[in-house]
Design a protein around this ligand. Sequence first.
Ligand SMILES: Cc1cc2nc3c(=O)[nH]c(=O)nc-3n(C[C@H](O)[C@H](O)[C@H](O)COP(=O)(O)OP(=O)(O)OC[C@H]3O[C@@H](n4cnc5c(N)ncnc54)[C@H](O)[C@@H]3O)c2cc1C
Length: 291
Amino acid sequence: MSDAIVHLEEYQTGARHQAKLISSERITSNAAEVEVRELVLDVERPDFSFELGQCIGVMAPAAPGFGHAHHFRLYSVADLPERGASGLPRIKICVRRCSYIDEYSGEEFKGIASNYLCDRRPPDEITITGPFGLPFEVPDERDANLLLIGSGTGIAPFRALVKHIYRDVADWEGRIWLFYGARSGLEMLYMNDERDDFAQYYDQETFEAFKALSPRPAWNESIAWDQAIQDRAAELWEMLGGAKTYVYVAGLEPMLEELDTVFSGLAGSEEKWQRRKAELMAGRRWVELVY
Ligand SMILES: Cc1cc2nc3c(=O)[nH]c(=O)nc-3n(C[C@H](O)[C@H](O)[C@H](O)COP(=O)(O)OP(=O)(O)OC[C@H]3O[C@@H](n4cnc5c(N)ncnc54)[C@H](O)[C@@H]3O)c2cc1C
């Protein structure tokens, strides 16, 4: 999405739709400090449609005194387009309950939209807008390599993409390597001890998943991409040089710098890596959805 990065105020949020919350399930284990919930929503507008890798906007009621009625935030769609029992378009999103520390007072505040969403229960109504953003496309070449690199809730669009490829693209032959980074195993969404949605693809010859965890799972600790990536350095570098390799990156913004550092190591220098990345980006073979 980075070639389309716009400030939140620039999004067109005029067209709003009501969505009914069908379910809200915690998908991080109770032992995890972080709460991430998967919300299933039925959009009360039959012609609402979206593509893989796109986001929806959520208009949460703003806190009193903020000067506007809504607090607008974006969420990636975490599954394929489908219709619910009522025939309405159904969307899944996964939402991490967030808070932030005020840099002046040092006080901790709850994030408005994420707490609003995590506190909703069926059959609550939620106002949404969108969809927005560039889709993560399935390459036309069926033998292309896909490197999917996600951190935290950034796994959401890849879950949908991998499902789509193995379910709907019968002649897919390319390799799919998924690198998933989190601070700890407990925070790996859809890929933890209690639930591994990717396990169904492990017997696909073309699919491999690699985990990158933080060496010290403390708040703000960076993800150790180097180990996971360097273990496959030679093969990865060869893949990145191929004309049919696509790299899709999703998750929190600091991962971009972390990835630049490890990929510069693979390339032999930062300059070489930046050249390669620029080539990939120019061919729309490097696509970012970061926040
Ligand atoms: C294109 C796009 C797609 C997004 N997709 C998702 C998604 O699928 N799931 C999701 O939970 N969020 C997603 N976000 C982030 C989301 O839009 C909100 O920023 C987030 O829910 C916090 O909003 P808030 O109002 O609760 O708190 P805010 O006051 O906006 O933020 C509170 C704090 O939380 C941090 N933060 C924001 N999002 C995350 C996150 N996902 N993980 C860890 N820390 C975070 C912020 O940096 C800030 O410090 C996406 C953002 C963008 C721009």
